[in-house]
Design a binder for this molecule. Structure first.
Ligand code: FE
Ligand code: CA
Length: 531
């Protein structure tokens, strides 16, 4: 669904500032195809040769580099030119040619691919290069050059060969990084743990207004509504050094939740319909999705079409892992307001099309592990101690008929595990076929990966005083905790070994990390156990 007019912002188009010289045109029409050595040498020109053709302000690579959505033979490389990141970017309003290079070594002596991409003003001078023809399960290094300036080097990794059955995949599950609630200290530890991929399940930015009492303040004067305001907010987040370092070191697989647009929105319904007309909210969605695409290392399939963006997709890691990434925001019915409403079969979370896509992908899967990346928690949270139940209506509990039907399907899916965020808590649970029946079968496991910084440093005693009394009402919970951090999952054929990695603080730029809990999901045995 690329409804944009004009060429795609990915590489392969030759119109960068007038017609290219003949030998360059010959290369450019080949897109990301293998280059001849002569053409490569032409492209990676010395800085001085290109300076006259693309004069740019200093510091065009202030937002760093990133990679994402690894394939067995491909990877998306990302950067965005922004010498003045918090004020619209600062690149002159014209197309800028950006050279990119991918190498087999850290020092770029063994160059593998080179090319020229266009940073277009209508995409905020972002660059998305979808490199193909690479080797599976291989580490590569990449960098960009524009206007004589060289980007920091990034490291990335392709997915294993489609037929590869064994091996291990280390996934870091992260979500919810509120700039104002703290520094992104868990990322310093995440970098040390050297995962193969970071799975980020939403709330990459928060749209809240600057707060004078925050640990560090949001830029701007209020919530973002326009494209430039969203760009500035993303750019501010990217200036966090721990976040930037992880982007430059590991490929990410991302999806958005609500705060990338507006708290608790559902489809085209905003949080406060009284404060934003439908037309105004559609314009806001358009700006928010556009800025999201511009800042994420995702394929051209995610180029927004007005107020629509295609984010649900599958990634395969050999025959070990199939990762189904969901979009639980864009196609959902508006939230229930009563317990009865939460149980209504008329309410959908995924929409008919995505739901069928998910079921097909779960049942047809050749993979040992079928992971579902859901922004929001799937296991029940009963908030009422003793008889009776009380649910959060924004999570899957508010869409019970569809959730329960999906859990029923899980019985015939090979090793389903759900990876979620949103809750700003670690909540690790068995998934039950029917949460209303305490004796019902366990059909899977769920990891809700706390938050990077959202909710800040919580009072752990107060958390447990409030939540521990709910444990008898939620016997499927294995770990609940309120530290900031992320989850690390080592997936192998025989099982998943998971660690809850937490930090002692996010109100200072540096923190002490530790392992809060270790868990195991055994292949062929649904559910999760603390070890
Ligand atoms: Fe959040
Ligand atoms: Ca209860």
């Amino acid at each position: 669904m690329t409804g944009v007019t004009g060429p795609s912002p990915t590489l392969g188009s030759a119109r960068a500032g007038g017609p290219p010289p003949p030998d360059r045109r010959r290369f450019l029409t080949a897109g990301a195809a293998v280059l001849g050595a002569a053409a490569s040498a032409q492209l990676w020109l010395p800085a001085v040769a290109r300076a006259a053709e693309t004069p740019l302000p200093d510091g065009v690579f202030s937002l760093g580099v990133a990679s994402g959505d690894p394939l067995p033979d491909g990877i998306v490389l990302w950067t965005r030119l922004a010498p003045d990141p918090l004020n619209g970017g600062g690149v002159p309003d014209r197309v800028v040619s950006v050279e990119w290079e991918l190498a087999a070594d850290e020092r770029f002596r063994k160059s593998v691919r080179r090319g020229l991409a266009q940073a277009r003003p209508e995409y905020g001078h972002s660059v998305h290069v979808d490199v193909r023809g690479l080797h599976p399960d291989r580490t590569y290094w990449y960098r960009f050059r524009a206007g004589g300036q060289l980007s920091p080097a990034g490291r990335t990794r392709t997915a294993p060969h489609p037929d590869s059955r064994g091996g291990a995949l280390r996934i870091a599950l992260a979500s919810c990084q509120n700039w104002q609630h703290g520094y992104f200290t868990p990322y310093a530890d995440l970098l040390e743990q050297d995962p193969d991929v970071v799975l980020f399940v939403g709330d990459y930015i928060y749209e809240s207004s600057p707060s004078a009492t925050a640990v560090r303040q949001h830029e701007g004067k209020g919530e973002p509504y326009t494209l430039e305001q969203y760009r500035n907010r993303y750019a501010q987040y990217r200036t966090d050094p721990d976040l930037a370092a992880v982007h430059a070191h590991v490929p990410w697989v991302v999806t958005f939740d609500d705060h990338e647009v507006d708290n608790d929105f559902a489809g085209e319904v905003p949080q406060d319909p009284d404060k934003q007309s439908h037309d105004a909210f559609v314009a806001r969605l358009t700006a928010a999705y556009q800025a999201y695409y511009e800042h994420m290392p995702v394929r051209a399939t995610a180029v927004p079409d007005g107020p629509h963006i295609r984010m649900y997709r599958r990634l395969e890691f050999g025959r070990l892992v199939r990762l189904n990434v969901l979009d639980t925001r864009q196609f959902r019915s508006d939230q229930a307001t009563t317990q009865e409403g939460a149980e209504s079969p008329s309410r959908t979370m995924l929409g008919a099309e995505q739901k069928q896509w998910l079921l097909d992908g779960l049942h047809d899967s050749p993979a040992r592990w079928n992971l579902v990346a859901s922004q929001i928690m799937m296991a029940e949270t009963d908030l009422q101690t003793g008889p009776g139940k009380l649910w959060f209506y924004d999570a899957w509990d508010g869409y019970q008929a569809e959730r329960n039907a999906l859990l029923e399907e899980f019985k015939t899916v090979r090793n389903p595990v759900v990876l979620s965020g949103d809750r700003h808590l670690t909540m690790i649970s068995d998934l039950k076929e029917d949460f209303a029946d305490p004796g019902s079968a366990v059909v899977g496991a769920e990891f809700v990966g706390t938050s990077i910084s959202s909710n800040g440093d919580q009072d752990q005693a107060a958390f447990h005083a409030e939540w521990d009394p709910l444990k008898p009402d939620n016997p499927h919970w294995k770990v609940i905790d309120a530290h900031r951090g992320y989850h690390l999952l080592d997936v192998r054929r025989d099982g998943i070994d998971a660690e809850v990695r937490v930090v002692d603080t996010v109100v200072k730029p540096e923190a002490t990390p530790s392992t809060l809990a270790r868990l195991r999901v055994e292949a062929g045995r649904p559910g999760v156990e603390v070890v």
